[in-house]
Design a protein around this ligand. Structure first.
Ligand SMILES: [Zn+2]
Length: 234
């Protein structure tokens, strides 16, 4: 599955799990959790793609620790991480027992393929509905400082997609226009990235407005403001 589907299914599973246990996982985290297993692409020669980070015997203990440490938030985040393995095992296979065994689990419906396309584009549609219902859409339509964190899933999705394409010697134009299924997925990626980009823009807007607002009042250097915290993460 491509990162469009992974981030969208992660958002759906994290948010629905969070709702069950009455926590509100921030949107950027819900979108990021399901992208994390593919971070192995960043460590390409060091870690083989689709091995350690797609193994149940490695991810389940990590999810257990997250849930014990962060309770409901950890559980919701874990649901997003594990949705990645579910997605990959539908369109391909995953090695659930790696590194103990190379045994592959999955129903391999094909990537790219019509089922994958339906799952990826369908997930994006569901995310839009869910974000409308839970109010997350306001991160994109109004200036909110926390929207700036959407830059994290956005940059991850863009860089991993580029690295993945480069890694497989696929020219991006060929990837985008070779097959109908892929074209739909390309449009879906562009729509998601565009939406996240708009959110980041709203976040930056809110931070600038907040700074302007607080500047005249805060002549003392001790004035606490979350803006500083936001900036320090850059
Ligand atoms: Zn994967």
């Amino acid at each position: 599955m491509f990162l469009l589907g992974h981030s969208c299914w992660s958002y759906i599973f994290s948010k629905l799990t969070g709702r069950e246990v009455k926590v509100n996982l921030p949107a950027y985290m819900a979108l990021l959790a399901g992208v994390l297993p593919d971070f192995d692409i960043y460590f390409k020669p060091l870690i083989q793609h689709h091995t350690y980070t797609h193994s149940l015997i490695i991810l389940l203990p990590i999810c257990a620790v997250l849930t014990i440490r962060f309770k409901g938030l950890g559980l919701a985040f874990s649901a997003g991480i594990l949705s990645h393995l579910a997605g990959d095992s539908i369109v391909g296979t995953i090695p659930p027992l790696y590194p103990l065994s190379d045994f592959q689990l999955g129903i391999s419906l094909g990537l790219p393929g019509p089922v994958d396309t339906a799952l990826e584009v369908g997930a994006l549609g569901l995310v839009l509905v869910l974000a409308y219902l839970n109010g997350d859409y306001k991160l994109v339509t109004e200036p909110h400082r926390e929207s700036v964190y959407l830059v994290i899933p956005m940059v991850s999705i863009v860089t991993l997609t580029l690295l993945f394409a480069g890694d497989n010697y696929v020219s991006l134009a060929a990837l985008a226009f070779s097959r109908k299924a892929l074209t739909l997925i390309t449009i879906g990626h562009a729509a998601l990235i565009g939406t996240l980009g708009l959110g980041v823009f709203q976040g930056v807007r809110a931070i600038i407005a907040h700074r302007k607002q607080t500047r005249p009042a805060s002549s003392s250097p001790t004035a606490e403001c979350t803006t500083a915290r936001v900036y320090s993460t850059e």
